[in-house]
Design a protein around this ligand. Structure first.
Ligand SMILES: NC(=O)c1ccc[n+]([C@@H]2O[C@H](COP(=O)([O-])OP(=O)(O)OC[C@H]3O[C@@H](n4cnc5c(N)ncnc54)[C@H](O)[C@@H]3O)[C@@H](O)[C@H]2O)c1
Length: 316
């Protein structure tokens, strides 16, 4: 918060989604004014757990030029740009739609940020911009050779924001997990296992299960984003991850124990285009924003399983 004690306002595109709603919670807790712009295509107002009187919500598309009215009225100090087409598979089948939302929509947002003097834009990018890792952990100097239209549209967003001459932070996230994630999301292997283990349904693992991934807990993302808003750091590309690899087989076994799941996984043929191993380095994030105690995977999985009980009780 600045010294004049004026409440600073943050516009979050995609704020009713999985990651956006957790960031909204943190911002409200920290005394920021929060304005959400979301078309609710995959987000949900029920995701907003914080005091809703502290949030202004606009149901709009980022591609719609009339959203200028929101910028003119709200005059946000900061913008966190999360609204996106997030599916690799969808992008491969419908690249025009992916480019429309992720590129055209982002250009609309960045132009308005520039026009309305937003102090800093924080945008969500992805490990998919790197393509097949040449070394691990992948740091920000690694080549960028996306293997999907989704990775390419995110990389293009990155290149646009750099040219808009608005202070920016580009976060490249690894696989994010936690409460409020939809199991339909491809990156949501943990949520898929979670839902299937609760329902005692069969679980498929593609390939031999020895592929390594790093999973980062959603509230850790919310914390680092809050620090990025508060800090003077700008014009940086920063990975954010747990920096810790786990194989899909290890993940399965950890969750099998937590959920008391009785079955073994069904191994299926490796999917074309799946990266073998992926771990992002978060060394730069720590240097820029200070040490963030990343939630240990066992604890994060436990929190996820507990949240489900709470939600189930609420539903009864
Ligand atoms: N979840 C992950 O593992 C992960 C990893 C790397 C990067 N990211 C990025 O983080 C961001 C948030 O992802 P998420 O997992 O919370 O997904 P999500 O689908 O839960 O959130 C996206 C939000 O954007 C909204 N939205 C989509 N298209 C829109 C449009 N045209 N106009 C307005 N709103 C629109 C959706 O309704 C949703 O609320 C995305 O940019 C995604 O690419 C996510």
């Amino acid at each position: 918060m600045d010294s004049s004690s004026k409440v600073e306002k943050v516009l979050i595109t995609g704020g009713a989604g999985f990651i956006g709603s957790h960031i909204s919670d943190r911002l409200v807790e920290s005394g920021f004014g929060v304005v959400i712009l979301d078309d609710l295509s995959s987000g949900n107002l029920n995701n907003l757990k914080c005091d809703s009187s502290k949030i202004k919500f606009y149901q709009s598309k980022i591609t719609d030029t009339s959203i200028e009215e929101i910028f003119a009225k709200e005059k946000p100090d900061y913008c966190i740009h999360l609204a996106a087409q997030t599916s690799v598979n969808h992008a491969m089948g419908a690249p025009l739609n992916d480019a429309d939302i992720n590129i055209i929509g982002s250009v609309n947002i960045f132009s308005l940020c520039k026009k309305y003097n937003v102090k800093k834009v924080i945008m969500a990018s992805t490990a998919a911009v790197y393509g097949e890792p040449k070394y691990l952990p992948v740091d920000e100097n690694h080549d960028v050779t996306p293997m999907s239209f989704y990775g390419l549209s995110k990389l293009t967003m990155e290149n646009y924001v750099k040219l808009f001459n608005v202070p920016y932070i580009i976060f490249r996230f690894s696989n994010v997990y936690g409460p409020r994630q939809k199991s339909s999301h491809e990156s949501g292997v943990i949520k898929i296992f979670h839902d299937r283990m609760i329902a005692k349904e069969e679980i498929s693992i593609y390939g031999d299960g020895e592929q390594v991934r790093d999973f980062v807990y959603v509230d850790d993302i919310a914390q680092v984003t809050l620090r990025a808003i508060k800090s003077e750091v700008c014009n940086e590309i920063v990975n954010f991850s747990s920096n810790t690899g786990v194989t899909i087989n290890e993940l399965f076994n950890m969750m099998k124990e937590i959920y008391n799941y009785p079955y073994l996984p069904q191994y299926k043929e490796k999917r074309i285009g799946d990266i073998k191993d992926s771990i992002l380095s978060n060394k730069k994030a720590k240097e820029l924003f200070g040490s963030i105690e990343c939630t240990d995977l066992t604890k994060g999985l436990f929190l996820l399983s507990k949240d489900c009980d709470v939600v189930q009780k609420e539903r009864k």
